[in-house]
Ligand binder design. Structure first.
Ligand code: AMP
Length: 230
């Protein structure tokens, strides 16, 4: 049975990060590969890649395909990625989608695309109330999942921060980029015969949504032949 590469697709703020963690715990062990987290790590490290992308990320624009493709290819080549992965925030352009098809093909992995559908007004509300731990990356929502002590990470006590790109103006730009560059991937996948499983990302609690995603994975696996087990 081929290992699964779950491609969690959806607009910024649709819950991809939270679902990556929950699905990882529930049914798909393997690294959670978030290109946003990888890129932010370069900015924090203050290296040359960080310097190149800082302005683009601050303003909510996408960073160049070649750079992101290179980072993902390197990450996928590490041994812990062989048994299955969760891709969060990648691919985000049609060029990246073509590239991920090639990379997953080389690794003999089965891509399963899950589209988390959430309407934009809810997204803006979600993102502007989002806080993140700068140390461990845990995300909180002031309305649905607040930290136990306001402003402090439950896990390591660090002071929570608002990401610069979670300001309302930047959120609108990120949603614009999603419409222009990312949404067209759905047509690309359907032309290419890759099924996209739509999951409502807003009508239930995060645990129930992760159950739906795991059911989609199980289904994709069982369609590959008997004996499939995640
Ligand atoms: P995220 O944490 O996934 O919301 O990503 C935050 C920002 O990182 C995006 O607004 C982009 O500037 C950049 N980014 C993340 N993933 C990609 C990608 N696959 N391609 C281009 N830019 C990306």
């Amino acid at each position: 049975m081929p290992p699964i590469a779950l491609i969690l697709f959806g607009s910024p703020g649709s819950g991809k990060g939270t679902q990556s963690r929950l699905v990882g715990e529930r049914c798909l062990p393997g690294p959670h590969i978030s290109t946003g987290d990888m890129l932010r790590a370069h900015i924090e490290a203050g290296d040359t890649i960080g310097a190149e992308i800082q302005g683009l990320m601050k303003s909510g624009r996408l960073v160049p395909d070649e750079l992101v493709n290179r980072l993902v290819e390197k990450r996928l080549s590490q041994p812990d990625a062989r048994g299955g992965v969760i891709l969060d925030g990648y691919p985000r352009t049609v060029a990246q989608a073509a590239e991920v098809r090639r990379m997953l093909g080389l690794g003999g992995m089965l891509p399963v695309v899950v589209h988390l559908v959430v309407d934009y007004d809810r997204i803006v509300a979600r993102l502007s109330g989002r806080r993140q731990c700068p140390v461990c990356g845990t995300l909180y929502s002031l309305s649905t999942n607040p930290p136990k002590v306001p402003g402090v990470c439950d896990l390591d006590g660090a002071t929570l921060v608002t990401r610069e790109d979670d300001q309302e103006e930047v959120i609108r730009e990120r949603l614009g980029e999603y419409d222009r560059q990312t949404r067209p991937i759905l047509d690309y996948f359907s032309r290419d015969g890759i099924e996209v499983v739509e999951v409502n990302g807003a009508d239930a609690d995060p645990a129930s949504i992760s159950q739906r995603i795991c059911a989609a994975l199980e289904n994709a696996h069982s369609q590959q032949g008997p004996g499939g087990c995640l």
